[in-house]
Design a protein around this ligand. Structure first.
Ligand SMILES: *[C@@H]1O[C@H](CO)[C@@H](O)[C@H](O)[C@H]1NC(C)=O
Ligand SMILES: *[C@@H]1O[C@H](CO)[C@@H](O)[C@H](O)[C@H]1NC(C)=O
Ligand SMILES: *[C@@H]1O[C@H](CO)[C@@H](O)[C@H](O)[C@H]1NC(C)=O
Ligand SMILES: *[C@@H]1O[C@H](CO)[C@@H](O)[C@H](O)[C@H]1NC(C)=O
Length: 320
């Protein structure tokens, strides 16, 4: 069979193209990242080079400033005093992971920072075309607290609180001022930012109405921010009772008030005597010229969520 030189060459060419495509000096790192002063910052980084894997000790990773200060060096003694004990690699250089962690971040850590790899017995390379600049913020942004505008009592609800951060290796801690079942979720955003969301599930009670729900994010390094929202929990009238003078003189009149606790406030009332006569549909009922044989009565308070009645009230009528 004749050997196809032409095919062979084409194959070689294609393979070489592909190989160089993959194995060239390149790096994947954000151009600009945001970090929080006093907290930690993880700069995600992956690099590649046109060579085979070597043993771990053959790699020396270096992060540099434009003035050649060593932000990080695999040999700790080389690290500039400005950065000493504040920087570390997050992954393994021999797995081509050049992610850098700075903790705590200082206002002066603005970069630009350049990664340089030195591979013993192979080559050295500075990825100067892919510098990372850091914007250092003094304070974190407030968490985004999401709560339904209106809730109903005795229903399961889930509220969420999200914060942005730049340190997945030591993320902020989100806490709530309300009991419930918590779950946490982390989502990568652009430029080494992460969104951390805590969800809190609980069953509402009447007592939750008007409570200030608060979530607090505490960042590595201690900075804290919180967001608050007042809960609006709808519930039917409870604690319905008739309020009036306890002793009534025969022949006088007496004002009775149908008091209740509800959200929203009761919007209609009924006063009913024990012989089932509706005597009023106002919140207050004025009983005229009371006598000793007055029927006991109760009131009903109604709102959008339901209704409830007071207990039966018998006036104590005294003679003059
Ligand atoms: C680098 O390694 C760290 C630690 O194992 C890992 O969390 C991170 O995802 C890696 N980064 C990249 C870009 O591979
Ligand atoms: C939220 O409430 C807490 C107390 O529950 C308070 O310390 C904090 O200042 C409040 N934050 C805002 C933004 O209102
Ligand atoms: C009736 O009682 C409620 C409190 O339950 C009070 O707000 C209201 O002013 C009272 N009304 C009258 C007319 O006394
Ligand atoms: C029920 O009681 C009310 C008030 O005491 C009275 O005015 C009315 O006549 C009574 N009605 C009946 C059907 O007994």
């Amino acid at each position: 069979m004749p050997f196809c030189w032409w095919c062979f060459c084409l194959c070689c060419l294609l393979l070489k193209e592909c190989a160089t495509e993959h194995d060239s000096w390149n790096i994947a790192v954000s151009h600009s990242v945001v970090g929080l002063e006093g907290s930690c910052l993880d700069i995600s980084c992956r690099f590649n080079y046109p060579g085979s894997d070597r043993k771990a000790s053959d790699y020396k990773g270096i992060w540099l400033t434009d003035s050649n200060e060593k932000v990080f060096h695999s040999e700790a003694s080389q690290i500039s005093s400005t950065f000493l004990h504040r920087t570390s690699m997050l992954g393994d250089l021999h797995h081509r992971n050049c992610s850098l962690k700075i903790n705590p971040l200082k206002n002066s850590d603005k970069g630009p920072f350049t990664f340089r790899i030195e591979i013993v017995g192979f080559n050295k390379y500075s990825f100067g075309n892919h510098k990372v600049t850091v914007t250092v913020k003094d304070a974190p942004e407030r968490p985004t607290l999401h709560v339904e505008e209106e809730m109903k009592t005795r229903k399961k609800v889930t509220v969420t609180c999200s914060v942005l951060h730049s340190c997945p290796s030591a993320p902020p801690r989100i806490t709530w001022n309300h009991p419930g079942k918590e779950s946490i979720e982390s989502k990568k955003q652009a430029d080494d930012q992460w969104q951390l969301t805590s969800s809190l599930s609980f069953t509402t009670t009447n007592q939750d109405n008007n409570k200030v729900l608060s979530c607090t994010a505490e960042f590595t390094g201690g900075k804290k921010v919180s967001s608050n929202k007042t809960l609006n929990v709808k519930y039917p009238p409870t604690d319905v009772k008739v309020i009036s003078r306890s002793l009534v003189t025969e022949g006088s009149s007496v004002e009775m008030n149908c008091s209740s606790d509800s959200n929203p406030a009761a919007n209609s009332y009924k006063w009913i005597t024990s012989n089932k006569t509706v005597v009023s549909e106002e919140q207050t009922y004025m009983m005229q010229s009371v006598n000793r044989h007055v029927e006991p009565l109760y009131c009903i308070a109604v709102n959008t969520e339901g209704e409830s009645s007071s207990s039966l009230v018998k006036l104590s009528v005294v003679c003059e």
